[in-house]
Write a protein that binds this ligand. Sequence first.
Ligand code: MTE
Ligand code: HPA
Ligand code: MOS
Length: 804
Amino acid sequence: MRTLHSLESDASAAPAAPVLQSRQHESAQRHVSGSARYVDDLPLPTGTLHLAIGMSEVAHATLDALDLEAVRRAPGVVCVLSAADIPGHSDVGPVFPGDPLLVSDIISHHGQALFVVAADSERAARQAARLAKVATTPLPVCLDPREAANRGDLVRPTHTQARLANGRAGDLDSISNKLAKSAWQLSGELESGGQEHFYLESQAALALPGEDDEMLVHSSSQHPSEVQKLIAEVLGVPFHAITVETRRMGGGFGGKETQAAPVACLAAMIARRTGRAARLRLARADDMRLTGKRHPFHHRYEFGVDDSGRIESAIIELTGDCGHSPDLSDAIVDRAMFHADNAYYLGNAHVRGIRARTNVASNTAFRGFGGPQGMLAVESAMEDIARRLGRDPLEIRKRNLYCEGRETTHYGQHVNQHPLLATLIDQLEDSGRYWARRAEIRAFNAANPVVRKGLALTPVKFGISFTAKHFNQAGALVHVYTDGSVQVNHGGTEMGQGLHTKITQVAARELGLSVDKVRITATRTDKVPNTSPTAASSGADLNGMATRDACLRLKMRLLDFAAEHLAQPRVSLSLTDGELHGPSGVLMTWGELIQAAYLERISLSDKGFYATPDIHYDRASGTGHPFYYYAFGAALCEVVVDTLSGEYRLESAEILHDVGDSLNPAIDIGQIEGGFVQGMGWLTTEELKWNEDGRLLTDGPATYKIPAISDVPAGALKVRLLEGHPNSAASIYRSKAVGEPPFMLAISVWAALRDALASLTDYRRAVRLDTPATPERVMLAAREQRDWQEQHDTAGAEPTQVPS
Ligand code: MTE
Ligand code: HPA
Ligand code: MOS
């Protein structure tokens, strides 16, 4: 039997148009004209009910009584449901239990859902939701993950990766001993803050009841299949009764991987109970109080370093603040551990990840999925080492990059294409005039007592694949209609990242058509079943391959048919530019071929499937090959800081990023810009605050500061794609995933702030700078540096060279 591969050798075949081309986002016009429909824009059937959630006003308590009489009697209210009304499963934990859809006994965070109200208008529902009488008995509120960890209150067990430089398994004792033998020992601590997703579209769902137990639910979700499963379980009906549709999200950023489901389940419950359509769209403040965020982390590190600044041993302890339940925290803290090395070879390494339980909303996926947090310790240490040894941080970073002979991670995976790290840094060092600017900045700082500049060039290495192996699969469904137009459906969801645009390009290329012949339809669980979340940056990798597979099957069948129909040698036939080509030129148009095939009763529809090869991870030993490949990048940033007020500005950012052979350079550059700026928000201005009772104080844009256009350096955010380095793994057309990796390029902004602060001590001391590095924190760090400088006022002294 002929294999698909005899048609198109492999995915690495030199891609032609319309891939490797900048194409505007499939919905660009609709986005800017306002005609793109989000869940809240869908026309509503007559009698649609509007929902609001009754939320807890305390963070930790037993729920003794829930008196909903006043809510039921409020004007416009049609139905009020609480935990006792859930027909099926009441726990909607995505992987492990712990997430009650509605609280029945123990309240575990402020803002947790207690009941749901359905009314004739959204306003009526929201007003009625405030009328409940809730009787509770307080329990102690824990908001400090380290305190929780010390008490052993964890949402999941602690996990460790420990590996010696010689490749053998290590343990804390052996690695501590080795660390103690290095010429230098450095240790430090750091706190990193969480991050609100601040998707423009809040969590939303519209449930449309059908006949009997059937239901169609529109959900703003990155994971429609999980929403389908959870609705079915909550209602106690088979999965096949429930269809979930997602046309697009107004941003997801990880916040709609698991946490879109409860909103959809509540809408479905009301729709089932009342037989009427039900819509739930969270108000911004409610969304911020109810849903989880990026995990704050506590980072502790010890490094053993040689005289040249090379790391020989590392002990890193990462404590994630998981909130009240597991959600995805097992995988998130794992990914933090997988990225504790960032781009550097650690030698003997002991990495431990702790999952602490606190009384806040359950923290969840957020762009980078723990990876950004994981990298902070080693990036902090790069500057610590540099100051201790009196070297430039860039020199230390370069010395520690993965390289020949030092190319295996602390979990035993060989880093393919690691030389790209040095390539990226070298190119930026040149194009950004690093050393000339370093000299200019030193001169500027010497002349300016208050306003100081800082510079930093930092790399990123990010592992691509879900670390939960079973998620690394995808399906696609391709239909050709008799007018020759093509409809593609695949398991991925569109959240603004341009996935559907890229998939359109893949299908068009495989079928030899222009992109306007191909339309992607809304993601639906009844078209492609059992899909993975669109996450881990793998949407285009997985669904691109599945779509390609479906198209190749279709194409093979069409060419087989054409060979017979036209009596032409099969091998001489090809489909390009909307035409069937044979030995003597064009034989028919695509439209004619489709018509002929239809009349001859050839199927014009097919499905495709893909599963990522070569990945495995043994969690028991903490070793394996969890990532199909790595994506790399580097960023060079300059900041200016008023060291008295703590105010600062990003002056310029130059980014060079590796996307292999880009599927769509315009979209990829947009992802890099957006990821970088979002990362900058995480590390600088986005600060979440709770009061001691566990109430979120920063529950809207007035108190929670996301980056604005004015925070982006005017004309000085430069993004380039690394060219001429296709993915060494056989990914779709040798491209690389782009969604998350650029987020971590923003670490250069934080590093540049620390660089500016180091100038206050003549670059002799690295200051701890917790994140978000708000102006307040920068001001306090500057004060600390000045105090240190006064105490160590040894004008002209060399940096200390004495091993500690
Ligand atoms: N870009 C936009 N515009 N909106 C988003 O919500 N999510 C990010 C990233 N880029 C996001 C985005 C996250 S967290 C991921 S995992 C990827 O997109 C998911 O899409 P992909 O796998 O198709 O890259
Ligand atoms: N990344 C993003 N989402 C996920 C992952 C991952 O590695 N695993 C499970 N959900
Ligand atoms: Mo992205 S955090 O993997 O949804």
